[in-house]
Write a protein that binds this ligand. Structure first.
Ligand code: NDP
Length: 304
């Protein structure tokens, strides 16, 4: 039976480091770091994420500044708000919550954020620094995954790592970070031939796809470490019966509540083959917010 890599516990450890960093700033007479969160429209999932971020900020002493804009906000107004936040010396980090409503260009918004305040690490300058292996604000999810692996002593040098997914937010930066730690990295995606065989080569498998239960137990090399970034909601009972064949409790929850959260990996099956697995929920999700707050502290300290 595999070990469960508890993301919540590691997120708490990361948040404690941030809290101490904030305390250290206050002891030096500096102000608390401030994170501005821009929420456009009324997407329910985004509202939950923003609320969770504010609550996490409060826990560690970071000031959270929320800017809510209507769904029909013109791009020029969003640009103007970002310009205003870029110029505000009382703001250390800026986060534009994605996805933006239709009609707004998220790349344009993300590229407008000052790289020094880009706590999501999505700006091309920060992505470029990562590519060069230089310090900068790095994307929160892969950074936090790397921190989790380091905490659990997962050796990366020379191993075969497979990253499933090639987004700028997770897949590509994760692959670069693993490469930086001397893993031999394969990036797989929707056009990869014989995905199962590619995954089976992995000593470390990172799934960031957004397809519930795509990775079956038989895709996992015995003893591999599995990091499941995917967050999916399954409501269909027939699909649930397939994905949760080795997780009867999850299937019960689906039936009782009409839906259940799961990752890209069939957790119950992975537990029987892998040496360590992150659960969903309670794995990578809480780590991402911790990574964001770490970046906010770094951004604030860079200005000193
Ligand atoms: P994207 O949709 O941007 O990227 C998905 C990637 O998966 C693409 O590269 C796509 O390939 C690939 N893909 C899609 N379907 C398949 C398939 N059937 N076989 C192989 N590859 C496939 O997603 P994100 O990277 O933004 O997010 C991925 C998942 O991680 C989502 O579930 C998201 O909710 C979750 N997430 C979780 C976070 C957390 O905090 N835990 C943070 C961020 C994301 P191609 O490029 O060829 O289209």
């Amino acid at each position: 039976m595999a070990t469960i890599l508890d993301g919540k516990a590691h997120a708490d450890r990361m948040l404690e480091v941030v809290r101490q960093g904030v305390e250290g700033r206050l002891a030096q007479g500096l102000r608390a770091p401030a994170l501005a969160v821009v929420l456009v429209g009324d997407d329910p999932a985004s509202q939950v994420y923003v609320r969770n971020k504010s609550a996490a900020c409060a826990k560690v002493g970071i000031t959270s500044l929320e800017h809510k804009l209507a769904a029909d906000t013109p791009q020029a107004d969003l640009d103007a708000l970002i310009d205003q936040l870029n110029a505000d010396s009382g703001v250390d980090g800026i986060l534009v919550q994605l996805p933006l409503p239709q009609g707004l260009d998220s790349k344009r918004a993300l590229h407008r954020i000052s790289p020094a305040k880009d706590v999501d690490g999505f700006h091309p300058v920060n992505q470029g620094l990562l590519l060069e292996g230089l310090p900068g604000l790095r994307p929160c999810t892969p950074t936090a995954c790397m921190s989790l692996l380091a905490h659990h002593g997962v050796a990366l040098k020379g191993i075969r790592a497979v990253v499933l997914g090639r987004s700028e937010i997770v897949g590509k930066p994760m692959a670069l970070m693993l490469l930086e730690q001397h893993a031999t990295v394969t990036i797989a995606h929707s056009r990869t031939k014989d995905l199962a065989a590619v995954c089976r080569e992995a000593d470390l498998l990172v799934a960031a796809v957004g397809r519930p239960g795509l990775v079956e137990g038989s895709w996992i090399k015995p003893g591999a470490v599995v990091v499941d970034v995917g967050i999916n909601r399954v409501e269909d009972e027939a699909q649930g019966a397939l994905i949760f064949a080795a997780e009867p409790k999850k299937l019960e929850t689906l039936r009782a509540k009409g839906g259940v959260l799961c990752g890209d990996v069939r957790f119950g099956e992975a537990m029987e083959v892998a040496s360590a697995v992150t659960p969903v929920p309670g794995g990578v999700g809480p780590l991402t917010i911790a990574g964001l707050l770490s970046n906010t502290l770094v951004a604030a300290n860079q200005k000193v």
